[in-house]
Design a protein around this ligand. Structure first.
Ligand code: F6R
Length: 626
């Protein structure tokens, strides 16, 4: 996710801002920028790529001011000395590709109001249209720029009061840092749904989206709550609620060191990313429902809506975990949209002679958007005249650019090599595809509404599953010395059995195989004995009885069973050695809830086996070679 740093105080802002951005580099980003207030105006620079590119840019920019802003060879520019207020940002593209124009800080028509924003403004399109009609000139494709223009439009001489008004108009999420060229000694911060912390140092304040950017200066912090706005000067700060009432806040003490702070206090990125899933799923779905109409709004597919209507066959491609999300999509598409769907490894698809035509849609799934095999599959399908659609996390990546249209999964940067939050978001996006394809065809209004309502409830249900981490750790403690595991599932959770196995083997190096439950008796059950435990995925769904029979077959051969089932299913306790419960949801959504305990199990097993969880051996985060 993007990073925000802001500074006001006794020191020069620019070096502190750049240092803060570097402390946030671990979060992943694709462009960066700064804006500092000087005696003569606001100095801003932006660059695509790493912070060093931004530093180079700052060095190269011919300062519009009488003396250079960046001191060279130790010479301290007097002007820079007075530049003691500023904001900076690392952007991980969501609306619009990583370009300088789209990088933050964004500004208004007159270059007076500057802001850095994390989050997504859902109603930006409608606000942009309204403001453009009033003569505002937009230069970026971002949702953020509308905030600057809206502030300009409503500005009444007091940035704080204007921001309070503007925030009431915005729908969506934000962490914001804002300054105005003509309001001296003022830096504003605001938060709704996206973290923002204020660091209180001696004669200076550092605001940041993440304590990692603050910790070097101070461990005294104030965490803003949703709806709160901070008005900060070089000496003092005031915090207001959404109705402009001043509120008192506690000062907290950060206990982490720098390394821990980068992981937000989590021991590993993988665990952090597993625990981010309530938010990452909410971000994937945000602004994409028309709940009453039982429909979804996928802006990225609007241009090809007619071709989607004419599609009579879908092929989903991807590699590894991404392909497994596709397999869940196959069950959904056929059951709810009635469109014949097949799933292939991207690396197989590119070499086989699949039967394709212009009514075939190829859906390519990729977190990175750079997987060479998946990209080649897209190119092959395009060549054959198919409609190519992407489900991609990284904005502006090769697959996002190569496909005819697509939907970003918005799960935020995934740093651990093993895919976790990106996978559950991919499934969530495929649910949206299913509703879109389905409502154009056989799906009723009531079914569309039911799916949407269940999607809305998902983040809370994921939170309930995450609360089982300690319980899952205790299970892992009993099993971590076993050398082989079977993962079993059927129908929607058949791909999740494979996902559970891939997660376990890639980070703990313990051998694990996924099986379709019904396949066991056709061969694999010969493996089962007291040293070969099985994880049986058996939610209370349309195939529960079948899964239960598989579980009993394993028990009859002396195999140990860890069962995952739906809350309320007490009966299974008599048969399984361990039981993990997930909340009730629609059958098609159980894969998302079932995946979470499997991720936690793999993580705990890897820790107990002493593995390098975030960087397992022999693996790369993005596989850009065939
Ligand atoms: C497993 C994992 C990999 C990726 C695969 C595709 O945890 O991360 O199997 O899913 O390499 O990568 P993307 O999604 O970037 O195309």
């Amino acid at each position: 996710m993007c990073g925000i740093v802001g500074y006001i105080g006794k020191n020069q802002a620019l070096p502190i801002l750049l240092d803060g951005l570097k402390r946030l580099e671990y979060r992943g980003y694709d462009s960066a920028g700064v804006a500092v207030k000087t005696a003569d105006g606001v100095f801003s620079a932006k660059a695509i790529g790493k912070i060093v590119e931004l530093e180079k840019k700052i060095g190269e920019i011919k300062s519009p001011f009488p003396c250079p802003l960046v001191p060279r060879s130790g010479r301290r520019a007097p002007l820079l000395k007075r530049a003691n207020t500023g904001i900076a940002h690392t952007r991980w593209a969501t609306h619009g590709a990583p370009t300088e124009a789209n990088a933050h800080p964004q500004t208004d028509c007159q270059g007076k109001i500057w802001l850095a924003h994390n989050g997504i403004i859902e109603n930006y399109q409608e606000l942009k249209t309204r403001l453009a009609a009033k003569g505002h000139k937009f230069i970026s494709e971002t949702d953020t720029e509308v905030i600057a223009h809206l502030l300009e439009d409503l500005y009444d001489g007091n940035l704080t009061a204007t921001l309070i008004k503007v925030l009431k108009i915005l729908k969506g999420t934000y962490g914001l840092a804002v300054l105005h060229r003509d309001e001296p000694n003022k830096l504003l911060a605001a938060k709704r749904g996206s973290p923002l912390v204020i660091g209180l140092a001696d004669g200076e304040f550092i605001i940041a989206s993440d304590a990692a950017a603050i910790i070097r200066h101070t461990k005294q912090v104030i965490y803003l709550n949703d709806g709160e706005i901070a008005e900060i000067s070089d000496r003092d700060f005031k915090i207001f609620d959404a109705d402009n009432n001043q509120v008192d806040k506690n000062v907290d003490q950060i206990e982490w060191d720098q390394a821990a702070a980068e992981k937000g206090g989590w021991p590993h990125f993988m665990l952090k990313e597993i625990f981010e899933q309530p938010e990452s799923i909410a971000n994937s779905l945000r602004g994409r429902f028309m709940a009453e109409a039982g429909r979804v709004k996928l802006g990225g597919l609007e241009g090809v809506a007619e071709r989607i209507r004419q599609t009579n066959k879908i092929i989903i491609v991807g590699c590894g975990t991404a392909r497994l999300a596709g397999l869940v999509g196959e069950y959904m598409m056929e059951e709810y949209a009635g469109v014949p769907t097949e799933v292939d490894y991207a690396h197989e698809f590119r070499y086989r002679k699949a039967v394709l035509d212009e009514q075939t849609a190829l859906i390519a799934i990729s977190q990175s958007g750079e997987t060479a095999d998946t990209l080649a599959a897209v190119q092959e399908a395009k060549e054959k005249g198919c409609l190519t659609l992407g489900v991609v996390n990284v904005v502006g990546s090769s697959i996002a650019r190569e496909t005819d249209a697509g939907v970003y999964s918005h799960s935020g940067p995934e740093i651990a090599v093993a895919s976790t939050k990106a996978f559950t978001s991919q499934i969530a996006i495929l649910v949206l595809f299913t509703v879109m394809f389905g409502r154009q065809r056989q799906m009723s209004l009531a079914t569309g509404q039911r799916i949407i309502n269940e999607l809305i409830a998902l983040p809370d249900k994921i939170r309930q599953v995450l609360a089982l981490n300690d319980e899952i750790k205790r299970v892992a403690e009993k099993y971590y010395k076993f050398k082989n595991f079977a993962f079993l599932g059927r129908k929607y959770n058949h791909p999740i059995a494979f996902e559970g196995a891939i997660k376990l083997k890639e980070i703990s190096y313990v051998h694990a195989e996924g099986f379709a439950s019904g396949e066991m008796k056709h061969g694999p059950i010969a493996l089962i004995d007291e040293n070969f435990p099985s994880l049986v995925i058996a939610p209370l769904d349309s195939v529960y009885e079948k899964n239960y029979s598989s579980l009993q077959e394993i028990k009859a051969r002396g195999g140990k069973v860890i069962a995952i089932t739906t809350a309320g299913n007490g009966k299974i306790k008599a048969a399984a050695d361990e039981v993990i419960y997930i909340p009730k949801t629609l059958e098609m959504l159980t894969p998302i809830l079932v995946t979470v305990p499997l991720q936690l199990f793999a993580y705990q097993m890897a820790i107990l086996n002493g593995r390098d969880v975030d960087k397992p051996r022999n693996l790369a985060k993005s596989v850009t070679v065939e």
